[in-house]
Design a protein around this ligand. Structure first.
Ligand code: ZN
Length: 485
């Protein structure tokens, strides 16, 4: 979530001794109480056979017509042409003739604690079976991650960053400002999204260790100085934990990629980092990302929702308790709507900017990045106004194709195999192959012909569990009920 004004609340910080330490202690206490086991998974039905289905092989880009996909428990045990395979006795058979099977989708950039548990059914109903949570309240996230793993909560597998690392120069400025500003005081944003304050290179190294002990899956940073970033990157590499963040200050994109960052968040931060460099230099910098396998999470949908939509419309949606403007509002918690409003209110801190031009520049750099071979991830930045849990993943897919000029298969890779690779879990999720976790989406129409077809969801297989349309609709209506509570 953006909070771009450079100001902050230092007095407040001093008064509270160190908010960071407080958060730290709180996290430790809670985590000790509820740390889930990372192993083990929910048992699915004994056997499931999807027959006569067209499988989208996201790695090769090929369509495999008339295939059978066998699932035992939560694993895919076979993917082969129907005529070569017999349905095992006792298996539940789903005749998927005329349908298309894609791997379960990812939201590679989300903040679920802003939305609350109510976001989970919306994610699953939209075929999202994995999510990278890039900042939020870790105790809640860890508890959810554990419940999803144990099968007691229907939701995507969560990969967690926990609290974002934030440079003291930035955080202290914001806190100093917030002590006196009525907008910033109107919303407990640091409680909603705790930050880990970094004041030195040594602090950055210590942070890696502390967060790993809290059981995070990756480290996410935002505003750091060059020396802090270098210390952080080398420590993350030494500990083997994926590092993600905004394009870092104080170093070039090339250095960020070469130092092992797994993904850079928001096309906007990449575009700003490249500044006024000419096209040759831009391509050269982006080529480093491609070589290092560093991905970019474009978040075009965020830019459209937050920057290219009139604030008046966003405020109107928030106030629209009858959900007449956008039906998807039915699935939102009050907390999320309050956070949307806060995000919009903070725009008053910004000076004027030509946001339409900014969007065009992002698209131009996105094209260069794709041509350079940089993996582009599908992420939504849930928490930002008019970004909807689950639904916006499909919007991002569509935008990558329609605005970014991506072939449909390349957009799909960004929501399947690429995010799995950035976290080093591509041997278990992200593709449809023997041995993979059974996370699948069954579609009524071919997504390679029209990317909008990812929205025509017939069924979702979540960790081996077959959820047909009826079940998915029931999940959505439960979310709607929860939203009105
Ligand atoms: Zn974010």
């Amino acid at each position: 979530m953006t909070l771009n004004s450079g100001a902050a609340f230092r007095n407040h910080l001093r008064r509270k001794a160190s908010v960071n330490r407080l958060i730290h202690l709180l996290l430790f206490a809670l985590v000790a109480a509820c740390a889930p086991a990372r192993t083990g998974s929910a048992p699915g039905p004994a056997r499931l056979a999807l027959t006569h289905v067209s499988v989208v092989d996201v790695e090769t880009g090929r369509l495999l017509p008339d295939h059978m996909v066998l699932i035992a428990g939560n694993r895919i045990t076979q993917v082969s042409p129907s005529r070569q395979t017999r349905v095992p006795a006792g298996a539940r058979v789903v005749d998927a003739r005329g349908k298309y099977l894609i791997p379960g989708l990812w939201d590679a950039h989300t903040h679920i604690t802003y939305a609350g548990e109510i976001a989970f059914p919306a994610y699953v109903a939209n075929g999202v079976t994995s999510a990278r949570d890039l900042g939020g309240r870790l105790p809640e996230l860890l508890a959810w991650r554990g419940k999803v793993k144990a099968g007691s909560l229907v939701g995507p597998d969560l990969y967690l960053a926990g609290p974002n690392l934030e440079g003291a120069w930035w955080l202290d400025g914001v806190m100093e400002f917030a002590a006196t500003d009525s907008i910033l005081r109107s919303f407990p944003f640091l409680e909603a999204s705790p930050r880990y304050r970094i004041a030195s290179p040594e602090g950055a190294r210590v942070a890696v260790d502390s967060l790993l002990r809290l059981n995070v899956d990756m480290i996410k940073f935002r505003n750091l100085r060059g020396d802090e970033f270098r210390a952080l990157a080398s420590e993350a590499r030494r500990k083997g934990v994926p590092l993600v963040g905004h394009a870092p200050g104080g170093v070039t994109l090339a250095e960020a990629a070469d130092s092992g960052m797994r993904s850079i968040e928001h096309m906007e931060t990449v575009m700003l980092k490249l500044g006024n460099a000419n096209e040759t230099e831009r391509r050269a910098q982006l080529a480093h990302l491609a070589r290092a396998g560093t991905a970019i999470t474009a978040t075009l949908v965020t830019d459209i929702a937050y920057r290219q939509t009139p604030d008046s419309l966003a405020y109107a949606v928030i106030a629209d308790t009858l959900n007449r403007i956008d039906l998807r509002r039915r699935f939102l918690s009050r907390e999320l709507l309050a956070f949307w409003k806060f995000g919009l209110d903070t725009k008053s801190f910004e000076g004027p900017n030509d946001w339409a031009a900014s969007h065009r520049k992002q698209l131009a750099d996105l094209r260069l990045a794709r041509e350079a071979g940089v993996p582009i991830l599908v992420g939504t930045d849930l928490g930002v106004s008019l970004v909807y849990p689950g639904f916006s993943v499909h919007e991002e897919l569509r935008l990558l194709v329609e605005e970014g000029g991506f072939p449909a298969i390349e957009a799909l890779r960004g929501a399947t195999v690429y995010p799995a690779r950035t976290l080093g879990v591509a041997d278990s999720v992200g593709t449809i192959a023997m041995g993979r976790q059974a996370d699948l989406v069954l579609l009524d129409a071919n997504p390679l012909e029209d990317i909008r077809n990812t929205q025509k969801i017939r069924a979702v297989v979540l960790n081996g569990r077959y959820l047909d349309r009826q079940v998915l609709d029931r999940l959505l209506s439960e979310a709607e009920t929860a939203a009105h509570r």
